[in-house]
Design a protein around this ligand. Structure first.
Ligand code: ZN
Ligand code: ZN
Length: 266
């Protein structure tokens, strides 16, 4: 058993060919593997350049692995790519940029870039950056038509200690909670994303424990995702993700199946 539905390959900014990821999934004994190439976006270097070739290759692999591994062709739909195109098996909706005074500013490029944005573009008001980010997160499902909400508090990628974006700050909490209200969180599936752990930026998954408890209490469902860019980490951090989910009160997580979402015990 086991699965992952947040997987990047050489068709966007991942290191591996899709087939190598399928082989790794078999080694791990996965029942399913979902690919989620970044949606094309004019100003985003991570976006897929040839989504049709991606779709053709994943379709081919569905046949190659039929009966051994269920393969799905999804997309990670960025907020600024707009509503998902038809034909994807599922979509993860993610916010990677904010639009501030006409400029697209990245949320997850580097610690230096995050500090520069706060200092220069937001004139030192880090909470204003958070508020702009969570305002988009709150609308990501209606704007992208996604099935799963990706890495909810990505803005804290380089600030796990909360130096720049303290989670106890009333403005921070209010920004997160109003995003959950706007999303109607109880009706949604949220990802517990371990991608920044594999890459050494964080020791814990997204989202934070207090947000996971809030999601649990609102009746939301969760899915584990490794945001894999390297097959060595296809299931990286899943033990920590399961532990975080259990601490928050969850007993099951969902996977994607041919019939849509299906529950699995944690
Ligand atoms: Zn992402
Ligand atoms: Zn991703």
């Amino acid at each position: 058993m086991g699965s992952n539905f947040h997987t990047h390959s050489v068709f966007c900014d991942g290191k591996d060919a899709p087939e190598a990821l399928c082989e790794r999934a078999l080694e791990l004994g996965f029942e399913a593997l979902g690919f989620s190439g970044h949606s094309p976006l004019s100003f985003d270097p991570c976006g897929m350049r040839d989504p049709l070739a991606y779709r053709a290759e994943i379709s081919r692999l569905k046949e190659v692995y039929r009966g051994r591994l269920d393969i799905f062709c999804g997309i990670e739909q960025d907020y600024f790519s707009g509503y998902r195109a038809p034909g994807w098996d599922y979509a993860i909706g993610s916010v990677h940029y904010v639009n501030h005074k006409g400029q697209y500013l990245p949320v997850d490029w580097s610690a230096e870039e995050t500090e520069r944005i706060v200092r220069q573009d937001y004139e030192g008001d880090a909470m204003a950056f958070c508020e702009d980010y969570y305002a988009l997160v709150g609308r990501v499902a209606e704007v992208t038509g996604c099935d799963i909400i990706g890495h909810l508090d990505l803005i804290r990628k380089f600030d796990e200690a909360g130096t720049m974006f303290p989670e106890g700050a009333p403005r921070y909490r209010a920004a997160v909670l109003s995003a959950l209200d706007r999303l109607r969180a109880g009706e949604r599936v949220f990802e517990i994303n371990t991608g920044a752990m594999a890459r050494g930026y964080r020791t814990t998954p997204y989202p934070s424990d207090w947000i996971l408890r809030e999601l649990h209490d609102r009746g939301a469902r969760i899915m584990l995702g490794s945001d894999c860019h390297d097959r060595r980490f296809l299931d990286g951090g899943f033990d920590a993700a399961r532990a975080a989910a259990l601490r928050a009160g969850f007993r099951t997580a969902v996977i994607w199946s041919r019939d849509g979402f299906a529950e699995r015990p944690l």
